[in-house]
Design a protein around this ligand. Sequence first.
Ligand code: ATP
Ligand code: MG
Length: 588
Amino acid sequence: MKESIVEKLMETPDKKAAHNTQPDQRDTGSNTPLDFIRTIVTEDLKTNKNEGRVATRFPPEPNGYLHIGHAKAICIDFGIAEEFGGTCNLRFDDTNPVKEDVEYVDAIQEDVRWLGFSWEDRRYYASDYFEKLYECAVRLILAGKAYVDELSAGEIREYRGTLTEPGKESPHRNRSAEENLELFRQMRAGEFEDGTCVLRARIDMASPNLNMRDPTLYRIRRASHHRTGDQWCIYPMYDYAHSLSDAFENITHSFCTLEFEDHRPLYDWFQEALQLPFRSRQIEFARLNINYTVMSKRKLLQLVQEGLVQGWDDPRMPTLCGLRRRGYTPESIRNFCDRVGVAKRDNVVDVALLEHTLREVLNAKAPRVMAVLHPLRLIIDNYPEGLVEQLDAVNNPEDPAAGTRKVPFSRELFIEQEDFMENPPKKFFRMAPGRTVRLRYGYLVTCVNVVKDDKGEVTEVHCTYDPDSLTGNPANAPKVKATLHWVSAMHCMPAEVRLYDRLFSVENPSDEKDGKDFKSYLNPNSLEVIHSCKVEPALADAQPGGRYQFERLGYFCADLDSRPGALVFNRTVTLRDAWAKIIQGGKQ
Ligand code: ATP
Ligand code: MG
């Protein structure tokens, strides 16, 4: 069932495009079409545009942690530069000091590095250009292309008009360059209160594109900037700073998400109006959306600030630090971004595809171990007391080089509570009275008896074992339909295990219908903590971040909170897609 969802996803046009993004396919000269961005870059290289140079940038605003949507942008910006022998700059778009912080600057760098990309020595900040941006604004004023406006924010909005009505010109639109220059100087010198006036581009109040109706370039804001301190009280607006920063850095291809498509004429206008020696080209692609989560820094910040999650790196968050803590590998996220591909129309990707991609990577790499989440004591009555055997267990059947390890076996074990039923229904093949099952890497055991507490709960399962069954089924052994995982009671380690599920219980929590807030769709069962788990001794020195497959249970990783003697594991993902089952079967 899982497969069918994933296969369906893989047939989408986006997926087909993704297939074609592999460098080996590009270089073979095969007929498979490139995605539209790589087509443009290839074409530009062919015509020797920009002297055959490819220079991109990734421009995060340091006002939150990166999420998996940003990973898509990172894979495009850094990935394409890499593929075409170019460079990619990391540039912090730090033009709004009120919301930005150095904590975010540090986290963003850690995340980009973790994903496996490098900006080498090319780390820039829009704030590096504040002086240059100011000079450019002066040039626009001198050219009659910018003016200081004292209309209030509300009035500016009102004067802007609508999609069907042209805007109205501000009464201050036609003052002389000298007057504008003096007012702008005063703005910078701190002679006006916040909000008294702004600098606007003088473009066209009747333009069908609202972004071209004299957009704001500078506003007064007395706020300390994490890099420039109190040096400035005016700050440039994003569109202005972004276009010029691209041009200053000689960025050849400036990739961004579709919502900036309508801003492209403005992006071009700035570079044109200033006659900058280098012109960058903006190219828009569809943003990544995934169901059952939200992908907006503003919303993620709310979850953090209101304590609805345990922080930016809560393993339920779609942030890169959250996914990392959950146990995602950088490779799995890069593979996912490749699969999703580059398209020009917005769509929503099923989280099942992300999980499928993760399983592929973990299946190949994660060592197998045994852990019991809900322990039930199993006693082998005919196994010699005090005897301990070291059984050979395969570390990873997908990777013979991973070798084997020893797992201690003794008379008292723990098995999973749900692997035993006193009165099993027809299709239950695991342990039950009179039933024989195999213990993984161990013997056949047959249930002979149970012990119950005064509430009637089974507390011990008693078995006998067949000493000849270790390496295979003895000739006259009963047919066995189940193999159970287990740990040795006297050797296992206690552990806390955190089971995570979707953060939201609806597919599109951002669809805030009927006055409902996205937070009202949070899944109340997104975290279940189990305290009394038992894991095999090989996990005693599991390091935070270590990833494992707990046999039959799923993929888990040691949490940052994990310590020797106080082990904590996060469930990264289940082995099978339980969610698809819920949708399709309405059961379990
Ligand atoms: P958010 O909407 O989550 O607040 P943002 O666009 O404001 O994100 P930025 O820091 O400005 O965040 O984004 C840096 C880059 O990442 C931009 O080029 C932006 O287009 C891109 N980006 C942001 N979100 C996504 C997404 N969901 N899918 C693909 N690219 C994205
Ligand atoms: Mg942005």
